[in-house]
Write a protein that binds this ligand. Structure first.
Ligand SMILES: Nc1nc2c(ncn2[C@@H]2O[C@H](COP(=O)(O)OP(=O)(O)OP(=O)(O)O)[C@@H](O)[C@H]2O)c(=O)[nH]1
Ligand SMILES: [Mg+2]
Length: 281
């Protein structure tokens, strides 16, 4: 399966992000903690230039704490950057966020203070689709100002939101790489729900998910979930066994492998096999 998703709205979004980058002081770089490397989009680097970045390891509740800590340390070491973690579905600790953003912009704040002005910090919130950008913003203001949803491509235009008197954030549509040469990253993004399922071969994605689980110590969790006696070499055999266990049948009586595939992909996204980080450091 070759994965590539870069619809027209992303080209438009990148153009708008480039334009508005001129008027922001810094960038909130939201990352899905389950696949931190895949969430680093080379196009973003080019758009951001040397503006300070606050990396937010979002969906931190979905990964093992010790792995999260390693990534936190890694991103904190990046030049001109800060890093915090967040679970945006619970109220994010907005004080931690605001402090981190202020620390990143300290020099500017002091400069303005010396001139007797309190300047608003403007930051652009960017990230791959579905990583939780809009949810993070809502959690910071404890209001539903931006539209969110559990599928990629929910936010379609830039939206400014005031976090407090001195901080304005702009939400952006999630964007992917125009050139998907690294198919491992593309597969991980598909697994975490960053790529539109409609363009994916769900059976192949399920096969990749099963392979990942079996190669990475989640074999028992996988067997347990579907009550399987053994894992077969061929992924179609595994999907057939799952369909059999779950009673997924087509009209003609054959096993419904597509339904079994969807079950595996959705179970992975719902943490049915435990807390999993796809990319370790
Ligand atoms: N478990 C968990 N789920 C989260 C977290 N943050 C967001 N979500 C969920 O992730 C899904 C996507 O959230 P959005 O805020 O719409 O993501 P987005 O990055 O704005 O997506 P696009 O606008 O499509 O680019 C929603 O179902 C959220 O509830 C988090 O920290 N933990
Ligand atoms: Mg959004």
């Amino acid at each position: 399966m070759f994965i590539h998703w870069f619809p027209g709205h992303m080209t438009k979004a990148i153009r708008a992000m480039r334009k508005d980058m001129a008027i922001v002081n810094s960038v909130i770089y939201v990352i899905d903690s389950r696949a931190p490397k895949a969430c680093i989009n080379p196009t973003f680097d080019e758009i951001i230039g040397n503006k300070p970045r606050l990396y937010v390891l979002n969906k931190a509740d979905l990964v093992p704490k010790e792995e999260l800590d390693k990534w936190l340390a890694y991103f904190k070491e990046q030049p001109n950057s800060g890093c915090i973690w967040a679970n945006s579905t619970k109220n994010t600790n907005s004080a931690v966020f605001i402090n981190a953003l202020k620390t990143l912009n300290e020099e500017k704040i002091v400069r303005f203070k010396n001139r007797g002005v309190k300047k608003t910090i403007r930051a652009m919130v960017i990230g791959v689709p579905n990583c939780g950008k809009s949810t993070l913003i809502n959690s910071l203001i404890a209001k539903k100002k931006t539209i969110t949803g559990n599928r990629p491509g929910v936010t379609r235009s830039m939206q400014w939101v005031s976090i407090d008197q001195y901080i304005d954030l702009v939400d952006t549509p999630g964007t992917l790489y125009p050139d998907f040469s690294d198919q491992e990253k593309a597969t991980y993004l598909a697994m975490i729900g960053s790529i539109n399922d409609d363009i994916l071969d769900i059976t192949e994605l399920a096969a990749e998910t099963i392979k990942y689980l079996c190669d990475n110590n989640y074999k028992e969790a996988f067997k347990l979930r579907y009550n399987l006696q053994e894992i077969r070499e061929n992924s179609l055999d595994n999907l057939t066994a799952i369909a059999k266990q779950k009673g997924f049948l087509l009209k003609g009586g054959q096993y419904d492998l597509e339904r079994a595939s969807k079950a595996v992909v959705n179970d992975f996204r719902k943490q049915a096999f435990g807390k999993i980080i796809l990319e370790k450091i």
